[in-house]
Write a protein that binds this ligand. Sequence first.
Ligand SMILES: Cc1cc2nc3c(=O)[nH]c(=O)nc-3n(C[C@H](O)[C@H](O)[C@H](O)COP(=O)(O)O)c2cc1C
Length: 178
Amino acid sequence: MTTIASHTLTTPTAVSADEQRLLMSSYPTGVSVITAVDAYGMPHGMTCTSLSSVTLRPPTLLICLNAKSGTLAAIGDQGVFAVNLLHSGAQATAELFASRTPDRFRDVAWKPADRSGAPWLVDDALAVAECTVRRRLPVGDHDVVIGEVINLRYSEGTPLLYGMRRYSRFDAREAAGS
Ligand SMILES: Cc1cc2nc3c(=O)[nH]c(=O)nc-3n(C[C@H](O)[C@H](O)[C@H](O)COP(=O)(O)O)c2cc1C
């Protein structure tokens, strides 16, 4: 029997989606907006926390996107995407790109990134990584997209975080008791 907070998992082989969500909510991460341009030149973007480093040589990362995502379809069109790492002042943009708003780019400043043409959120991103798709692996209702980083812009800033189902900002102070 495994205990997570007040929830007790009695059947570890049949973990529900709610239990998996609870587990992952206890793993705070940075927040990114993944962007791409579709075959008609329309920009797409979505808030994403399933970003992970894969390897440094070649510089490679992965993201896991819902198979029904319009952003994923656009990535499939062009084979390139951008990862915009949000700073702590960009919570409204994270909310916008997780919403059902159809034209999410109307209210944010963006320009095509140098190498890929994928949208770079100039006011909201503390870093942007342009990637070319190396592999795509369907898993359940999501696709794992593995991208090689082909260009990078980085500036100093405080990252936006998401965990325990809320946004916060990175606090560089040491944890109490460390
Ligand atoms: C904090 C946060 C993180 C999210 N991370 C992901 C993610 O990693 N993968 C995913 O498929 N959806 C994720 N979503 C949901 C998408 O942002 C949301 O469904 C979006 O509207 C999809 O847009 P699209 O279908 O136009 O591409 C996240 C939402 C929030 C609020």
